[in-house]
Design a protein. Structure first.
Length: 119
């Protein structure tokens, strides 16, 4: 009687262990499949973001004049806001780019290009 109870309990424990191992294996397979999917999705997102940033970088804002002379107290943000259409932050970055500025520091009397002109 005791031996059959121990055997019955041992079989039940073995069945439970096998079931848990099977569950664990299927969980690992699903995780591996999802990791591949998430890696692919992340790669697509990175590629799309780089394309968008590159396109944004190459697009010049529409400005009301080609050049402006900096007055005392002017800021690059104010110039971008006053002379260019759209988001002044994008215009500011564009003005820095075409004038080869490393920062937003500008000086009174400085001549700034606001658009690329073909000479």
């Amino acid at each position: 009687m005791i031996k059959s109870t121990v055997t019955k309990y041992g079989n039940r424990q073995t069945e439970e262990t096998n079931r848990l191992n099977s569950l664990f294996d299927s969980l690992i397979k699903e995780l591996k499949k999802n990791i591949k999917l998430y890696t692919f999705m992340l790669l697509v997102i990175v590629i799309l973001m780089s394309i968008c940033l590159k396109a944004q970088e190459q697009t010049s804002p529409i400005c009301s004049t080609d050049f402006v002379v900096v007055d005392q107290g002017d800021t690059l943000f104010e110039i971008a806001s006053n002379y260019c259409h759209g988001d002044p932050r994008n215009s500011l970055e564009w003005i820095k780019h075409i004038n080869h500025l490393q920062s937003s520091t500008i000086y009174s009397g400085q001549l700034l290009k606001l658009s690329e002109t073909q000479n």
